[in-house]
Design a protein around this ligand. Structure first.
Ligand code: PRP
Length: 183
């Protein structure tokens, strides 16, 4: 039913045009900062896929990709902090310049686990880029090198972000109506 997903949106936070402009800026900045070093993009699936696809095409330098799957136990709209690997990297990151690509940092617990895990594998460097940062949700301190947008304490979906696996394909980022998720 056309329009059904859009009817569940309370407010659009970032339009497709705003997203594309910001992601291109981020890509250019990262490209300049790496200055001859080849980044190895480690993407946390699934939510980061649209961001990864746009970000890597904004970086006109040699780079490589890998995917890491993590799941946090816990229901509803917040994470519990208990994290486990669901898909490991294909390749070794030893001696490589790892750039972790995330869609959103909320509590920071997923990223804290990922960073601990990756650092044990002796990379040359580790930096983090996140499309969205929600500082109000933070439960632990973590370093974030690049941030697309800082958002308020709301439940957002679209551009990869889901609720119950839905809405990832929306081309914009929006706030989900409370009556949809019963919050
Ligand atoms: C989301 C997001 C981050 C994490 C952030 O993943 O992609 O990995 O939650 O939350 P935190 O900072 O509170 O730990 P999710 O578990 O929803 O999986 P998905 O990427 O498959 O949607």
């Amino acid at each position: 039913m056309p329009g059904a997903m859009h009817d569940d949106i309370e407010q659009v936070l970032f339009t497709p045009e705003q997203i594309q402009t910001r992601v291109k800026e981020l890509g250019r900045q990262i490209m300049q900062d790496y200055d001859g070093r080849e980044p190895h993009l480690v993407t946390i699936v699934k939510g980061s896929i649209p961001f990864l696809a746009d970000l890597m095409r904004a970086m006109e330098i040699p780079l490589s990709l890998d995917l890491l799957g993590v799941a946090s136990y816990g229901a509803g709209t917040t994470s519990s902090g208990e994290v486990r690997l669901t898909k490991d990297l294909d390749d070794s990151i030893e001696g490589r310049h790892v750039l972790v690509v995330e869609d959103i940092i909320d509590t920071g617990l997923t990223l804290a686990y990922v960073l601990r895990n990756l650092r044990q594998r002796a990379p040359a460097s580790v930096r983090v880029v996140t499309f969205l940062d929600k500082p109000a949700g933070r439960a632990t301190t973590i370093p974030v090198d690049y941030i697309g947008f800082t958002i308020p304490d709301a439940f957002v979906i679209g551009y990869g972000l889901d609720w119950n696996q839905r809405y990832r394909n929306l081309p914009y980022v929006g706030i989900l109506k409370r009556d949809v998720y019963g919050g």
